[in-house]
Design a protein around this ligand. Structure first.
Ligand SMILES: Nc1ncnc2c1ncn2[C@@H]1O[C@H](COP(=O)(O)OP(=O)(O)OP(=O)(O)O)[C@@H](O)[C@H]1O
Ligand SMILES: N[C@@H](CCO)C(=O)O
Length: 316
């Protein structure tokens, strides 16, 4: 029996939650699984349609982040066998790149007996992703409030409120984070900075104290969503009106194009809200997949028992 192979399960994430641009993230209950082992010759197997187009050689992100971990730990393992299956849609604002980075780093670290601390992994992943929101959520689970000054990465994890549910409308088109960041201005006014600072702080306080009614006011943003609206037709109306259809609050998920509503799981308006979001996008000729998700309290896990990735992919 193989003694070294590790298998990890890593959650998807949503970043920003509206005003918390590059500093708030929440883990979600859809996942990617990664198996990793030492090998004589590198081999990368990707299961499922989701992974189409992802490289199968040493340019693969998971291979590259594993090598970063080995280099940091002072060990050398240039040849790896990697297998992956993911439910997380690529390039849609649900943290697929962060899940790959965290999954790859944590798997590599487990392979070498966890020579690096979790905080070191957080720092390395943040340096690579350039913002800590998605990687923090995938690593630690729950809601993560994080800061990154280019040198230090700090975070505090908040347990998600038990009544919080998440509705996502995932448009059929992809929008890369790189493109969505190019839409942003280089500078913002003091007025807009103060607006986001106050709303992001209010949102964190609402999430910590369980004041769900405050979320609709707190989840407003002027730093990134208005500039990204042109990239996601229908978004402006959804951001403006989803709370009238039962959402506690609504935001662009990460860099988009997915739109995300926080919902009280006891709400009687859930079906109507989903219909409103899907139809608003359809009016703009955008087909979308609607999914009801939950905040995931757990971050990445090294599984005690390996799962069959081929079987997971086959049952989707
Ligand atoms: N499992 C994977 N293996 C290798 N590369 C991956 C994997 N998952 C994602 N990527 C890379 O990450 C890119 C998507 O990253 P991007 O930051 O644009 O979107 P996202 O992470 O899905 O969304 P967001 O950051 O807005 O939440 C993919 O196009 C691919 O290059
Ligand atoms: N905070 C990032 C998340 C996307 O990875 C952004 O909005 O660009």
């Amino acid at each position: 029996m193989n003694q070294t192979k590790v298998c990890i399960k890593v959650p998807a994430s949503t970043a920003n939650l509206g005003p918390g641009f590059d500093c708030l993230g929440m883990a979600l209950d859809i996942y990617a699984w990664i198996e990793m082992d030492f090998a004589l010759k590198t081999k990368i197997i990707l299961h499922g349609e989701q992974m189409l187009g992802i490289p199968l050689d040493k340019s693969n992100l998971i291979y590259k982040v594993a090598q970063m971990v080995f280099a940091e730990a002072g060990v050398s393992h240039p040849e790896l066998e990697i297998a992956m299956y993911s439910e997380i849609p690529l390039t849609r604002g649900l943290g697929s790149s962060a899940s790959a980075i965290i999954g790859g780093m944590v798997a590599a670290n487990a392979l070498i007996g966890n020579l690096l601390s979790q905080d070191k992994i957080f720092l390395m992943a943040t340096q690579l992703e350039k913002h800590p929101d998605n990687v923090g959520a995938s690593l630690f689970g729950g809601i993560v409030v994080a800061s990154w000054d280019g040198v230090r990465a700090d975070y505090i994890r908040i347990a998600p409120h038990e009544r919080l549910e998440v509705l996502v409308a995932i448009p059929e088109f992809q929008l890369s984070t790189e493109l969505a960041r190019h839409a942003l201005p280089k500078e913002v006014s003091m007025k807009d900075a103060v607006f986001n600072l106050s709303h992001s702080s209010l949102l964190v306080a609402a999430l910590c104290s369980g004041n769900l009614e405050m979320i609709r006011h707190a989840m407003q943003d002027v730093l990134h969503q208005p500039y990204r609206a042109a990239l996601v037709p229908g978004m402006e109306m959804i951001l403006k009106e989803a709370t009238d259809h039962g959402a506690l609050g609504v935001a662009l998920s990460g860099a988009g194009p997915t739109l995300l509503a926080l919902v009280d799981k006891t709400s009687h308006e859930k079906a109507g809200l989903a219909e409103f979001m899907q139809n608003t996008l359809l009016k703009e000729d955008i087909k979308s997949t609607m999914m009801w998700l939950k905040p995931e309290a757990l971050g990445v896990q090294v599984l005690a028992n390996s799962v069959s990735l081929a079987e997971l992919a086959a049952h989707k």
